[in-house]
Design a protein around this ligand. Structure first.
Ligand code: ADP
Ligand code: ADP
Length: 228
């Protein structure tokens, strides 16, 4: 579960990215975050994966008060959160297998568990047969699947995706969405920022709209509602 209570985020240059955001997202939810560019969507997500800390207010993720976390506890909380980016952010010199395994190596998982689990998630995203390839040898959709495998390999309770289909064509995007739905179905909370009107309108899930750092709309089976 994710809870924000009166969250304010002001960057060092004085920009107010979020202004009094309160929200509760339950553990089985799939939430779309929409709103114009600069609205505060990325900031909202960075607070969840503890890339940024709030200027004011409380935020808790899976029971951790992450605004006030001691730095030695940050890795422990981060492993509970998988992050997916628009530009994939794979390590170009590592194979598909190693890109995914790396996420388990940093938390010092046992070698055999790493191998077993990495192959298991590569199977789940349909890339078992590409495990020895380099990212540059894959299509955009395949690269995004690798980044999804990396995000889920440590069994996180929360997945945060910042425009995961932003660089993909419509068919490939739908494939990625079905994969994310499957992951949600298996128990992970998903928060996804998107500008993709078709996806939001077709999937009919909870939609939280942010504008100017404020939640302006929060609907259980919402629509996109913005012109891009
Ligand atoms: P969105 O993801 O909806 O485009 P962001 O959260 O990236 O919005 O940005 C919200 C506001 O905060 C924007 O005005 C943006 O320019 C500003 N902003 C984002 N990151 C920083 C930063 N590191 N320093 C200063 N301002 C920032
Ligand atoms: P087990 O530990 O018994 O294998 P898991 O909880 O790992 O059971 O789930 C079984 C399948 O679900 C695995 O193939 C795994 O890839 C997938 N899975 C588990 N947790 C997640 C998650 N948080 N996100 C995505 N997929 C997951």
């Amino acid at each position: 579960m994710i809870e924000m209570h009166d969250i304010w985020k002001t960057y060092s240059d004085g920009t107010h990215a979020l202004r009094g955001v309160s929200v509760q997202i339950d553990s089985d939810e799939f939430v779309y975050l929409v709103g114009p560019s600069g609205a505060g969507k990325s900031t909202f997500m960075k607070l969840i994966y503890r890339e940024e800390v709030p200027t004011k207010g409380q935020i808790s993720v899976s029971g951790f008060n992450i605004g006030k976390l001691k730095s030695r506890k940050i890795p422990y909380v981060r492993r509970n959160i998988g992050v997916i980016f628009q530009d994939f952010r794979l390590l170009p010199q590592l194979s598909v297998f190693d890109n995914v395994a790396f996420a388990m190596e940093v938390i010092e998982a046992p070698r055999r568990a790493i191998r077993k689990r990495t192959l298991e998630v590569l199977e789940l995203v349909g890339l078992h047969h590409k495990q020895a390839s380099l990212p540059s040898q894959l299509s955009g959709g395949e690269q995004q699947r690798v980044s999804i495998a990396r995000a889920i390999v440590n069994n996180p309770t929360v997945i945060v995706a910042d425009e995961p289909t932003g660089n993909l064509d419509p068919d490939t995007s739908m494939g990625i969405m079905h994969l994310l739905e499957e992951i949600n179905y298996r128990g992970a909370t998903i928060v996804m920022a998107t500008h993709n009107k078709e996806i939001v309108n077709n999937m009919r899930k909870r939609v939280i709209a942010i504008e100017n750092g404020v939640i302006v709309r929060d609907e259980a089976r919402g629509e996109y509602g913005y012109e891009i």
